[in-house]
Design a protein. Sequence first.
Length: 739
Amino acid sequence: MSKIIASAAIRGAHKIYERAEAKYKEALDKYGPKQEVAFPETAYFLPIIYGILGIEVTKLEDMEEVFKIAKSLLPPPVREKMPLPYLAPALDAGMATLFVEEMEQAIKYIEEPDFYLQGEECDVENGKIWLGAANDIILRKRGVEFVDGTAPGFAAIAGATDTVEQAKNLAQELQEKNLYVFMGAEHEGKRMAEQLVEAGVQIGWPTRLVPFGPDIASVAVFALGFATRAAMSFGGLKGGEFRKILIYNKDRVFSFVLALGTVTDEWYANAAGAINWGFPTIANTPIPEVLPTGVCTYEHVVSNIPVEEIVSKAVEVRGLKVTISEVPIPLAYGPAFEGERVRGDDIYLECGGGRTHAVEWVTSAEMDEVTDGKVELVGPDITDVEPGAKLPLAIKVEVAGRKMQEDYEPILERQIHHLINYAQGIMHIGQRDIAWLRVSKQAVEKGFRMTDLGKILHAKLHQDFGAIFDKCQVTVYTNDEDVEKILELARAAYHERDARIEGMTDETTDIFYSCTLCQSFAPNHVCIISPERTGLCGAYNWMDCKASYEINPTGPNQPVEKGEVIDPVKGQWKGCNDFLYQASRQVYDHYNFYSIVDDPMTTCGCCECIAAVLPICNGVMTVDRDFMGMTPCGMKFSTLAGTVGGGVITPGFVGHGKYNLTQRKWLAAEGGIKRLVWMPSRLREEVLDRLKIRCEEIGIPDLWQRIADETIGTTEEEILPFLQEKQHPALEMPPILGE
Ligand code: SF4
Ligand code: ZN
């Protein structure tokens, strides 16, 4: 260890210790020793202290002991002539720094409870951007990406670049490598996060550009706290298992520190702290280097690297293997852009979302009918329309190959959602004939054209599913006439796929299938798909999951053995519960397949329909995504999806597919279709054939005519007289919410 650095780190650590101790004493006087201290909504106490020392700090007085330990770790200040050949004293100083800074941050949460925002998003409009400690929901959702490889790690950035443009480019370069970017600390009055806001870049957890706090302590404490919790949560480690926690991070989480600007003694102290986790520092200023390896995989501190080269240097120093998916489009591309939204003034073009038709369809063809890589646009391109335009859209993907089977079509089709979403500046929601696409002005400026949708799908489907097909061609339609034609063909195919499951019942199979594809948006969401309970997005039924499992045995669709029956009426099985518990990361230990009232299944944002209990009418309503109006439960579809769609269990509400509505087990615990008192007229039209059959089956052939719709009313009070007049069976049934 360079002596200069060691002495600077130790000097910095002493300064920070004194500052933090003074704050602690002040807080003790002001709030008393019993004052509770905590980071919001976490089971990991103050995570660095808990992870490394095993101490559970819950009250101010608990900090006493930690200060003592920190003090004992602090090496004496280094005098100029003293030889200091080892790294160890600086590492200890770094650890002590992090302990006391973490306590300082916890005190800040008492003193200024509103300083840090809660949740994933920044409030840029009101100038509030600092997100502070991530709660456990964010940890579970994001931390798992470090484990499954979706994100190799993070870059903790201190300071700022010279220009706003440089900051923007740096952020994008890191995003393209799928890294998270944690930001804090200022250099000459500037901070990277603020530069990004100035450049109009979306910051917050969804774009992986996370502004932790304004100073060096906040970014160090929250970044290393996050890494520590990830090791405990996903590595199954306990508080106090410090060696294992540090090694887990060194080996598994590819992270590093970028120091942009003047490296003060305090920065050195924090950099020394990060080295304990195996995270090296790369600086753009000429600070002394620490090259010999020891704790980190390669060098510990590398300096004087221009900002333009700093990412590739960091990647090399940290020994990171990055897989960049080469997708031949003019936009940045990768999972980091999946959570980004396009709204308001940013929208250049919109397709679907209830405003126009938008449909996507994967179909297999003969080998000689498909030209691999051919992408064609039929209809106007983005350059032919004005900003704010709306166009109809149909994406037809034709695949061919010796191993290709019709059964695989829905699986390839379901990928379209995230594959298109990965492009920067493009937002995609939904599936099948309820797709919804937004293209941002920035994307158009960068040269995005409608054929790029096809180029994305060709490149990525080959990459991920090349084993099951050989050729793929894509046609994108944007004129009404062709879109209508494709819509008809696609709907016929959806029908056929749906019908494959007809005749199978939940009782006749011992195996259900899971789907956890949506966990990137809804981290605890687990669909378990049975023959009579199709996926709530409508895109996956039991057959599809079975085929998906065959193609990809370690993928998102796993067989789930039903096991012992716990409740045949509500639809609960021991095997499903066990699977749910593990797949929801211990958040849920049971749910019912056939009930809306009693612990229904989790619901995520892609559901085709949402059903809700209507207590006054003693029944349920359901609404599909395309219906934009008010509904009798007092919420529009968009509000409902926002309220119940985060992957949680919400008694009284449940997401379901359109097809599932007319399956026999739909809400069977509450009496099934007999409870249905309201639905949009267009949805009824769409499912009418099957609905009529169901009505016959239950012996009330005209039930479909007794169900109210928006023309009758959009409140419970408005529709009740209609139901009474029609003698709707729900009115005679036992109270839906129990006695
Ligand atoms: Fe899978 Fe369920 Fe998401 Fe559909 S809604 S993709 S079935 S997790
Ligand atoms: Zn979903």
